[in-house]
Design a protein around this ligand. Sequence first.
Ligand code: ZN
Length: 366
Amino acid sequence: MSTSFRLGKIYGIPFYLHYTWFLILALVVISLSQEYFPALYPGWPSHLHWVTGAVASLLFFASLLAHELSHSLVSLHYGIPVRSITLFIFGGVARISREAGSPKEELLMAAAGPLTSLFLGGLFLGMEYIISSLNEPLAALFSWLMQVNFLLAAFNLIPGFPLDGGRIFRALIWKLTGRYKTATNIAAMLGQLISWMFILGGVFLALFTLNWLSGLWLVFIGFFLLHAVSLSKRHSLLQERLAGITAENVMNRHIVSVPFQLTLGDLIRDYMDVIRAGPLLVVDGERIRGIITASNIRSVPERLWAITPVIAVMTPIARFSAAYPQEDILSLWEKLEASRLKVLPVLHEGRVLGLITREDLRRFLG
Ligand SMILES: [Zn+2]
């Protein structure tokens, strides 16, 4: 999440803006205020071009948000938690914690976004119709929003997995074959084919019509999509293989606790084999103070081991990102990768049930 900026929460789902989004927002505002609106309405004063451009861009952003949110609300309806929504260049990515449980769920989850965009397009069309004879800037604003929402629906309905259209396609194949894996493979193949069509189409456009910018843009979308296809395919298949494996299955329950006053010298003398095997919990009676690992110990020169207490070198428990017992393995992996500490304590009602290290996860992830 370090490349994104947290915006807030809607329905309990954290929303992020990818930093590239600010660049895109600026480009959209500039191209609307300096090119699109001035070309159509040269008579407007310059500040009106800017205001309309800025409002249009923000409402475009709100339309994207509505699109992503609709996907997420259908997921939540089927009991699939949505971890986050990130908006970036081509729209957004809603990160759900598992794949749909049935073709019907997948179909409705995928279709919700384009349907919302179509609905918004229709809404702005109606508003433009009503306001057209009354207020030109508002009519121009609604007209542009109508077009982008219809475009958004059309782009997302391209049947290249992992676009919404590709997910709808996968749901249909899944329904037909009854096999999720086969459906994912076929949808990914079509996704790759469509990506290459974008790339070749862009190359042809650039070479034969000398329309370099549009050509490059298509090539860029093609490569972006190609990358997204392989990533989504891997993620889908991994998620299916790992379905139902949670922190409880993965964690190491045999936690050894040591008192916080113990010196490193005593720790090494008494717990050498335990430290080699994994992290230890540092406690103060019932209270958990932190976690100590072999690398913590190595950070202290050997001559100081006899006088250094464990508490001085351990990592305080509050600095770890915690896992909960039912957390799925992919989420654990992401948390561990995001955390610099490489140990995840599994917490339940203030107690540490187990510890998870990268080695524990690797046994399952293969
Ligand atoms: Zn979508």
